[in-house]
Design a protein around this ligand. Structure first.
Ligand SMILES: Nc1ncnc2c1ncn2[C@@H]1O[C@H](COP(=O)(O)OP(=O)(O)OP(=O)(O)O)[C@@H](O)[C@H]1O
Ligand SMILES: [Mg+2]
Length: 359
């Protein structure tokens, strides 16, 4: 109010071409410069960012602030990032509304897919995004155990109500059939189970649906890819050579069903001995990062071997990993890197379709 209109115009002009990390389009054009005013001798600039990119909030804030300071060195700015509403659109024919569907997989069992999928979902949720978690491991669902969420699904109108995991809608075959029956799911039944999960579950409006994939075969990946466009896959591997060979197989499997590779996570990358603080590279060092570079796959980060991480899984207390300085920052970095990579992709290939603008 009463703000110098000429200066306001100049401020708008200075930041209007900054790219929205979600769409790759200029924030000026998509009405993300919400307000410019003055308070306590500072110029306040309020810019909007969608919750999809909330993991990048700090970086977005700094980009806007630096741009303003470079342009108007003599003025003091207070930049505030607020949520810019842009609802997700239905994906494919199944009606699921999510901006990104991300499958977490590997070519090998026991490398920490479920752990990584849960931690990625939690990290994105904690950053402020709307996240759902789907356990697609119908053969041996471990998400109920690792999250500590137990119970049966409910009915929500015509749909199936997912269970709640710290504000994350969670779905697993473990909430529908007793665990010892899960092994009989295969072939057409497998496809129908996966279809039920994406089509009939009341996921709500999501930024991200994270899918914990079963080990090995590509059946579930194939079913999923037939049902809706998968944004991409995150491959989990351990650093030793044999696990890397399986990671390469997984990359091939996802490429075969035309699911893009969003990046590689190296799990169990090193062990910091709690007794002496020394680092031991039990399964070797840097192998996954090197492979990612060679294969031109983004490296998203590493998760160290951590005794408490395993114990928290067994106690269904995965959220506590974020309070642990030896684990939490690694998980946050992976979520940030994933969002940052997607933002770079969007910046190179902006979303062409008209985005809905609210307000
Ligand atoms: N970085 C880690 N440090 C310590 N323990 C870990 C780590 N990552 C995973 N684990 C433990 O290893 C075991 C296997 O992990 P998880 O179930 O996530 O693997 P998975 O690849 O999903 O297995 P599956 O192929 O059976 O689905 C679990 O007990 C888990 O707690
Ligand atoms: Mg698993």
């Amino acid at each position: 109010m009463n703000f110098n209109p000429e200066l306001e115009e100049k401020i708008r002009a200075a930041i209007k071409d900054i790219k929205d990390p979600e769409s790759g389009r200029a924030i000026g054009g998509s009405k993300q410069i919400h307000d410019i005013g003055e308070l306590n001798g500072k110029i306040t600039v309020t810019v909007g960012l969608t919750s999809f990119c909330w993991a990048l909030k700090e970086r977005f804030h700094d980009t806007v602030k630096q741009k303003l300071e470079a342009e108007f060195g003599e003025l003091n700015f207070d930049v505030e990032v607020v949520e810019h509403l842009r609802p997700a659109q239905p994906k494919g024919q199944v009606g699921l509304t999510a901006k990104a569907v991300i499958a977490v997989g590997s070519g090998k069992g026991g490398v920490g897919k479920s752990t990584a999928a849960i931690c990625l979902a939690l990290a994105l949720k904690r950053a402020g995004s709307k996240v759902g978690l789907m356990d697609a491991d119908v053969y041996g669902p471990s998400v109920p155990h690792l999250t500590g969420v137990r119970g049966q699904v409910s009915k929500v109108g015509e749909k199936i109500g997912p269970l709640d995991f710290d504000g994350i809608p969670l779905m697993s075959i473990g909430f529908m059939v007793p665990p010892d029956e899960a092994v009989i799911w295969r072939g057409p039944m497998l496809h129908s189970a996966v279809t039920t999960f994406v089509r009939d579950v009341a996921w709500g409006d999501l930024d991200y649906l994270i899918i914990d994939m079963p080990p090995g075969t590509g059946d579930v990946a194939l079913s999923l890819s037939q049902l809706l466009p998968i944004t991409g896959t995150v491959i989990v591997c351990t650093p030793q050579e044999v696990a890397l060979i399986d990671a390469i197989k997984a990359v091939g499997m996802f490429e075969k069903v035309k699911i893009p590779i969003l990046g590689l996570i190296e799990n169990m990358s090193s062990f910091i001995c709690p007794d002496n603080g020394k680092r031991y590279d039990i399964f070797g060092k840097g192998g996954a990062k090197e492979y990612a570079q060679q294969a031109k796959i983004p490296f998203l980060g590493e998760i160290p071997i951590n005794i408490q991480l395993r114990e928290r899984g067994d106690k269904g207390q995965m959220t506590a990993n974020f309070d642990d300085p030896n684990v939490g920052p690694f998980l946050e970095k992976i979520a940030f890197q994933l969002c940052q990579n997607m933002a770079e992709t969007a910046a190179h290939k902006p979303v062409v379709a008209q985005l809905p603008v609210l307000g």
